[in-house]
Design a protein around this ligand. Structure first.
Ligand code: SAM
Length: 242
């Protein structure tokens, strides 16, 4: 499970497990994972640009994840506006649908996207029986949780929040939120977490993969798609559009 995990690649993970040796292979993999995580830095800046320019007067959630505002070009802004609008449409339609079951929205490769906060903050009535699950590499998720904890407008939205001391797997949970650090190549681990934390098989589950599995090789992304499609509400994949 720790094969591609930059946190564990360089740390001892317990008395019974040997310290990982930094071989050329796993060093190269760690470098690849880090550059994949880095793609989030560009996405979040672009989304913040859209938030500031196109959503004036609405509560802002992207701002906490971007140190310095950068105005993107009109073409990038329009592309991201469309991308954000598409995700919002899919999530909102899912939440509005009567299912009689608990709903789970799993954001695969969520990066710093504040989707759970947007819904909990702006559409709390829609979120009564909903859990939002953020999944990304552990290293990125730990940074995201640090930003959340440092900004009360975000952390105040997480009722019953408990951050765990783990470095991977379930990193924290709240009444309507679960933070998971997991490499998407390890679908078995992710499935185990969703089952044990949420009994996901008894829920309506929507998976979102917004420009995330695009960075995985074909066999690995096929595995994710096949797995997610086994849940009853399936998966919305946003390919790389901009
Ligand atoms: C371009 S960013 C998009 C972030 C977010 N979905 C958005 O649209 O704002 C791609 C994200 O997918 C994550 N990702 C890609 N491959 C992954 C993998 N194998 N395991 C976990 N996360 C992955 C990256 O860490 C990164 O946060």
């Amino acid at each position: 499970m720790y094969e591609n995990d930059p946190v564990h690649a360089t740390q001892s993970v317990g008395k019974t497990q040997a310290k990982r040796v930094r071989t050329p292979d796993n060093a190269a993999q760690t470098k690849r994972d880090e550059s994949i995580m880095d793609t989030n830095s560009s996405s979040i800046v672009s989304k913040r640009s859209v938030e500031k320019l196109y959503h004036t007067g609405e509560p802002e959630y992207f701002r906490y994840f971007v140190k310095k505002f950068q105005r993107r070009s009109p073409l990038i802004n329009r592309g991201y506006w469309l991308r954000m609008r598409a995700i919002d449409h899919v999530v909102r339609t899912f939440l509005n649908k009567q299912s009689g079951k608990r709903k789970v929205v799993v954001n695969l490769g969520c990066g710093y996207d504040p989707l759970p906060f947007q819904y909990l903050g702006k559409h709390s009535l829609l979120c009564q029986d909903v859990t939002f699950v953020d999944v990304d590499y552990s290293l990125l998720m730990l940074k995201k949780l640090h930003i959340i904890a440092s900004n009360p407008p975000l952390s105040d939205l997480l009722q019953g929040w408990r951050e765990l001391s783990s470095q991977s797997g379930v990193l924290g949970r709240a009444d309507h939120y679960l933070a998971v650090g997991c490499n998407l190549c390890d679908v078995d681990e992710l499935d185990k977490i969703l089952q044990s934390e949420l009994n996901a098989e008894d829920c309506s589950v929507l998976f979102i993969a917004e420009v995330s599995i695009a960075y995985m090789d074909r066999a690995a992304s096929d595995t994710v798609l096949r797995w997610a499609a086994g849940y009853d509400d399936g998966i919305y994949v946003n390919p790389r559009v901009c």
